[in-house]
Design a protein. Structure first.
Length: 493
């Protein structure tokens, strides 16, 4: 490898903003480097290393599936000639120090990451590669793929001498997304070679970007044998190669629509259905008010109808859509708790619900999570429907316990028969009506006994007992003390 060439670099970080930042810090080709791919975890990185053969790997430490520690250890064992650079935070410094045993050349603290630090570290790593020499500016003749990637990402570059490679009149940028852990052939193997020219611009472990040049625009009919594990998106057709600049945002926009069309294996602007004429705002106050009135069926029907309209607006921000769903679940949990519903099951599962919505790959998966949540809410509401009536009964008793209150009085107030009310109370409570009423009265009496200036006979009347001796018997049965003994005991303590 005693030649001067661009240093092939692979970026590994689960945060797309970090990867984008690294890519735009430098004029990579000018400095003698080129980014050949990116991955979001160590497992993806190992797959790319095998096919792309990078000189340098820049990797984060904390990542899902396979972290940076495991990645550097495996790369050092299988590919000892690859230079390793670690990105870390201050809290991971102990790991970084031990990582040098796994062949790591240098590290960069994320808070210190900038163009100067990145370039210095890259040059240090390249300098330690055996038999490798960085090409200086002008020594390297850029490949067609490198030129296309630079133009695609928004930087001007001369392409006149490459125009002859593209003999057809139409251009489109095409993305080919591969499902994780699926063995899938490259896109060109599914396309008739005579139909046009398909040129790779860049690739990651699960996404390949191509430039399509043909006399016919890209369409579903070009790849009827594409497996269901793959998905293709394309920009609108353009006539001049220079228009490739700026197509990245257009393609990313179409890619985002896949969230709302997970069943389509091909997407482009020209095959999308018309958008709703007007997007209706969700009236959260109306939804909450219906729930407060315990008109849950009306509230949920309104919510489900609104979500059904929202899914048609495929241009809306995906993050905002997910935030809406999570906000509905959060508000409903708080509301049910305030209404004294038993929400313990929801509370235990709430973070799971939020996480499932946040990680949903498509709108239907996100909505299914909310549907599961609403089923749980309906179960709670239906289970406690009887308890709701019970709360009204107990609230009434708590408000009128000091009166001459009987089972017949309450039955008349709620338009029940006394026998029905007695059975209903026993079914929905651990106590019968008389036991519950006496407990509420004794609890009130205990509170009054703490006020030493109120005679016990007066307390008996104030909590609803017309017979003082009966009050004393009930008090002792519930507390183990007579009212006077209870007061003396409290004064002594």
């Amino acid at each position: 490898m005693d030649t001067k060439e661009l240093c092939r670099t692979l970026i590994v970080d689960d945060e797309i903003l970090i990867r984008q930042g690294i890519k735009h810090y430098l004029d990579w080709e000018k400095e003698g480097f080129t980014i050949i791919g990116e991955a979001s975890n160590g497992k993806e990185a190992l797959e790319l290393i095998e096919t792309l053969n990078p000189h340098i790997v820049i990797t984060d430490v904390v990542m899902p599936i396979m972290d940076g520690e495991a990645l550097t250890r495996m790369v050092n064992e299988k590919y000892p000639n690859i230079g390793l650079i670690v990105l870390s935070s201050f809290s991971e410094f102990d790991y970084v120090r031990s990582a040098f045993q796994n062949g790591v050349i240098d590290y960069i603290l994320k808070p210190k990451l900038n163009a100067e630090v990145l370039l210095k570290t890259l040059r240090l790593a390249a300098g330690q590669l055996k038999g490798f020499h960085l090409s200086s500016e002008g020594e390297h003749k850029q490949t067609l793929t490198e030129k296309l990637r630079i133009l695609y990402e928004g930087t001007d570059i001369r392409m006149e001498e490459d125009a002859a490679y593209f003999p057809h009149k139409h251009f489109q940028v095409v993305s080919y997304r591969l499902e994780a852990n699926k063995t899938t052939k490259p896109l060109h193997e599914y396309i008739d070679k005579e139909a046009g020219v398909l040129t790779l611009i860049l690739q990651t472990s699960d996404l390949h970007i191509y430039l399509w040049n043909s006399d016919h625009t890209f369409s579903e009919g070009l790849f009827g044998e594409l497996p269901k594990s793959g998905a293709v998106c394309s920009t609108e057709a353009f006539a001049n190669l220079s228009e490739l600049k700026g197509k990245q945002k257009e393609l990313e926009k179409v890619e985002s629509y896949r969230f709302f069309f997970p069943g389509k294996f091909y997407l482009s602007e020209d095959i999308l259905p018309p958008l709703p004429e007007e997007r209706q705002l969700f009236q959260l106050d109306r939804f909450i008010e219906e729930c407060k009135r315990e008109n849950f069926q009306e509230a949920f029907t309104y919510l489900e109808e609104h979500i059904g309209q929202m899914v048609l607006d495929y241009q809306q921000d995906i993050g905002e859509y997910k935030a809406f769903l999570n906000n509905i679940m959060f508000n409903l949990m708080v509301l049910l708790g305030n209404m004294d519903y038993q929400t313990e099951v929801l509370e235990k599962k709430k973070y799971s619900y939020f996480q499932q919505v946040g990680q949903s790959a498509d709108v239907y998966t996100a909505n299914q999570t909310v549907e599961s949540f609403l089923k749980e809410v309906k179960r709670i509401v239906e289970t406690e429907e009887g308890q709701g009536h019970m709360r009204k009964l107990t609230d009434y008793i708590k408000a009128h316990y000091h009166e001459s209150l009987s089972l017949s009085d309450i039955a008349n107030h709620f338009h029940f028969s006394p026998s029905y009310l007695s059975n209903y109370f026993s079914t929905h409570s651990k106590e019968g009506f008389s036991e519950y009423l006496n407990r509420i009265r004794i609890e009130a009496a205990i509170s009054l006994l703490r006020q030493n200036d109120i005679p016990i006979s007066k307390i008996s009347e104030q909590v609803g007992f017309s017979d003082h001796s009966y009050f004393c018997r009930v008090f002792k049965k519930q507390t183990g003390y007579s009212p006077s003994q209870y007061r003396r005991k409290r004064m002594m303590s």
